[in-house]
Ligand binder design. Structure first.
Ligand code: CAA
Ligand code: NAI
Length: 246
């Protein structure tokens, strides 16, 4: 197994890509702390995953709130004693054309997608440094690299993730911590389900593989970057988008 006895925090694990990543990591022997805002869905998923024999626990968190993040990290350490892997996967969209985008929606997306990643990473750092090793994996997006109509706020955060990833890779490498990002294209989850059908059809014309990606496609990229197979990979942005960015 590729993650035997590793402790992984996955944020946004109650649904979508984070939930699939939880299953993939647990199947590879990891103990997974599923950290999400949505208690009801998170606890239901934990029950099902435990019935399947996986070592998973739900921790409620709002990644945008520093106190909530600190409490979550303390609880994970109390339960498992260490943190080997952090997957900063939680994210939201509030799409609108620039002319119609409210300040509230601009800030809400920054708070979760950008400040939330800063909070979670800073909060796990002492445990990873004490351990002498760690893996931090951030989630960017094709929107952050390429831009996307209607996503001023979201694209800003996902471009910001690239800057933070490369900065942390430089700061933390000598402490044994690898920091990388995955930049998904359009993936079949609740997030893309909100996109008008006509817009989605337009987007598919940009994808050489001519289809949406599946949550497994991203979960497998997270797995590679969390496993020993990527020991010498640091500061990279892995595009998993069917060939949009090349
Ligand atoms: N390029 C250029 N102009 C565009 C356009 C495009 N792709 N889409 C719309 N416009 C123009 C329209 O022609 C229209 O122009 P006029 O006012 O001159 O007629 C104007 O923009 C407004 O268009 P709408 O009436 O459609 O605007 P709206 O306010 O009703 O909706 C929207 C705008 C919210 C952005 C909606 O189109 C939408 O939801 N688009 C999808 C956004 C998107 O791609 N989100 C990705 C979600 S998945 C995700 O985020 C994951 C990831 O990381 C990729
Ligand atoms: P999703 O909407 O299916 O799941 C997101 C999860 O994050 C939900 O369980 C939600 O409860 C949780 N969450 C939201 N706000 C939170 C908060 N403040 N604190 C804690 N948890 C919170 O989204 P999806 O598609 O699984 O996205 C996962 C990540 O992948 C996000 O960062 C997203 O931006 C990114 N991404 C998704 C793409 C797609 O096409 N689906 C493409 C590119 C990137």
């Amino acid at each position: 197994m590729r993650l035997q006895d590793k402790v992984a925090i996955i944020t946004g694990a109650a649904g979508g890509i984070g939930l699939t990543a939880t299953e993939v990591f647990a199947r590879e022997g990891a103990k997974v702390a599923m950290a999400d805002f949505n208690v009801e869905q998170g606890e239901e998923q934990v029950r099902e995953l435990r019935q399947a024999g996986y070592e998973v626990t739900f921790f409620q968190v709002n990644v945008a709130d520093r106190q909530s993040v600190d409490e979550m990290v303390d609880k994970v350490l109390a339960a498992y004693g260490k943190i080997d892997i952090l997957i900063n996967n939680a994210g939201i969209t509030r799409d609108a054309m620039l002319s119609k985008l409210s300040v509230e929606d601009f800030e809400a997306v920054l708070d979760v997608n950008l400040t939330g990643v800063f909070h979670c990473t800073q909060a796990v750092l002492p445990a990873m440094i004490a351990n002498g090793r760690g893996r931090i994996i951030n989630t960017s997006s094709v929107s952050g690299v390429y831009g996307n109509v209607g996503q001023t706020n979201y694209a800003a955060t996902k471009a910001g993730i690239v800057g933070m990833t490369k900065t942390w890779a430089k700061e933390l490498g000598r402490k044994g911590i690898n920091v990388n990002a995955v930049a998904p294209g359009f993936i079949e989850t609740g997030m893309t389900a909100k996109v008008p059908e006509k817009v989605l059809a337009q987007m598919m014309q940009m994808v050489p593989l001519a289809r949406l990606g599946k949550p497994e496609d991203i979960a497998n990229a997270y797995l590679f970057l969390a496993s020993d197979e990527s020991n010498y990979v640091n500061g990279t942005v892995l595009h998993v988008d069917g060939g949009i960015m090349m």
